[in-house]
Design a binder for this molecule. Structure first.
Ligand SMILES: Cc1ncc(COP(=O)(O)O)c(C=O)c1O
Length: 393
């Protein structure tokens, strides 16, 4: 297999099935229920609940877990801002723990240092497809009675010590946004083994309907048509995944292995291309972890001999693709920087909070792995190798 279609006949057939059902409400969860069952099975979880995106998932999970306005939730700063936005959506305060200098994921020692009487949860992020040290984080959570929500938006079929990433925390969140391993344009999923939590998550994301629950995303007509029927057990949002998106996601899930395999093979080409280079340092992958390579990321450590932009321009000249740098650290984004959060405005965000993350972020290069043709991926790896040789000369 050197070339695949990202969108196959399967996705098209499932979309057609939804269209053929003409959006009759009795066919209202034709695809999302199938998607949820398959996803739960693949990610070794009892429940999977489809959501509109991988931010709404985390908002719902935090609220369902009892995170309340004024509570604190520990997050890494080196991630997409949604990890922190979800905390703010729940009315809680993000508290930033630093990252490990080699793996760049949240550092359990730093997490422990951030715990206060107000801490309710931790959101470890599987950054670029690499899980953090989940055993250490789960042990800290058990000691302090904290809720652990995995943010696995970038990690499909990643492994942590023989366990699939997304089956270890109390709940796990995934994104189907268009850059992700599997996509429905936009979309998300939350997995958990906790039935009570699953009930609350479903209800929160489905307008507080009394009749929905862990495994039931749909309300039957007989109950809802009765004029005495009381619909809303609680206040909720409409965060449901549309059926057309569920159809695409189901097709994607059915060939997820090949979608992920192409990314890991591309990462392997890059690994070979940078072998022996002393100034491009890849994300360190501990021995018993399986990286899902949403992107292949390297850190430029050349003591200023040339800049990030110099490298990118030369890579483009050799036929490489435009690559992203890392997001700004969340607390340095204008929405957070030099502002105070929390009921007593005690969390002040500014430079100096997480020194390791601050040192790493400016130098990261996120090389694309979403090539669906391995010949093209190999050409990009060759361009990378030539760029390295140019700067080494
Ligand atoms: C780490 C991380 N968390 C959360 C999200 C949010 O997902 P969504 O865009 O589906 O809301 C993303 C990506 O988009 C992400 O990369």
């Amino acid at each position: 297999m050197t070339k695949i279609e990202r969108i196959t006949e399967r996705e098209r057939a499932y979309v057609q099935e939804v269209l053929d059902a003409q959006f009759h409400t009795s066919a209202g969860s034709l695809m999302s229920t199938r998607l949820e069952h398959k996803f739960a099975e693949r990610f070794q979880s009892k429940y999977a609940i489809a959501f509109i995106n991988g931010t709404a998932t985390m908002h719902a999970a935090l609220v369902a877990a009892g995170v309340w306005p004024g509570d604190e939730v520990i997050v890494p700063p080196l991630t997409m801002a949604s990890t922190s936005f979800a905390v703010l959506h729940a009315g809680a305060v993000p508290v930033f723990a630093d990252v490990d200098p080699q793996t760049w994921v949240i550092d359990p020692h730093s997490v422990e240092q951030q715990i206060t009487a107000h801490t309710k949860a931790i959101i470890p992020v599987a950054l670029y497809g690499l899980a953090p040290d989940m055993d250490a984080l789960m042990a800290i959570a058990a000691r302090h009675k904290l809720f652990v929500l995995e943010d696995d938006a970038e990690c499909f079929l990643g492994y942590y010590k023989n366990r699939i990433v997304g089956s270890i925390g109390h709940a796990s969140s995934f994104s189907f946004q268009s850059s992700k391993h599997m996509t429905s344009g936009e979309g998300g999923m939350i997995t958990t083994n906790d039935e009570q939590l699953a009930n609350l998550i479903r209800r929160f994301g489905s307008l507080g309907y009394a009749a929905v629950g862990a495994s039931a995303g749909k309300i039957t007509k007989d109950t809802i048509q009765d004029p005495t029927y009381e619909r809303h057990a609680s206040i909720g949002f409409n965060y449901r995944l549309p059926e057309l998106c569920a159809a695409v996601a189901l097709g994607q899930l059915e060939h997820l292995d090949e979608l992920v395999a192409l990314r890991t093979q591309t990462a392997h080409f890059y690994q070979q291309a940078i072998a022996g280079c002393r100034w491009l340092i890849p994300q360190a992958v501990p021995a018993d972890y399986g990286h899902a390579y949403w992107t292949y990321v390297v850190q430029l450590e050349n003591n200023g001999a040339f800049t990030w932009a110099d490298f990118r321009n030369k890579y483009l000249e050799y036929g490489g693709d435009r690559f992203y740098g890392a997001w700004q650290l969340t607390y340095l984004e204008p929405a957070f920087r030099d502002r105070s959060f929390g009921p007593a405005q005690t969390q002040h965000f500014g430079r100096g909070l997480c020194p390791a993350a601050e040192a790493i972020q400016p130098n990261l290069m996120q090389l694309k792995t979403n090539y669906f043709d391995l010949d093209v991926a190999e050409q990009k790896a060759t361009a990378l190798h030539q760029t390295i040789k140019f700067f080494d000369a």
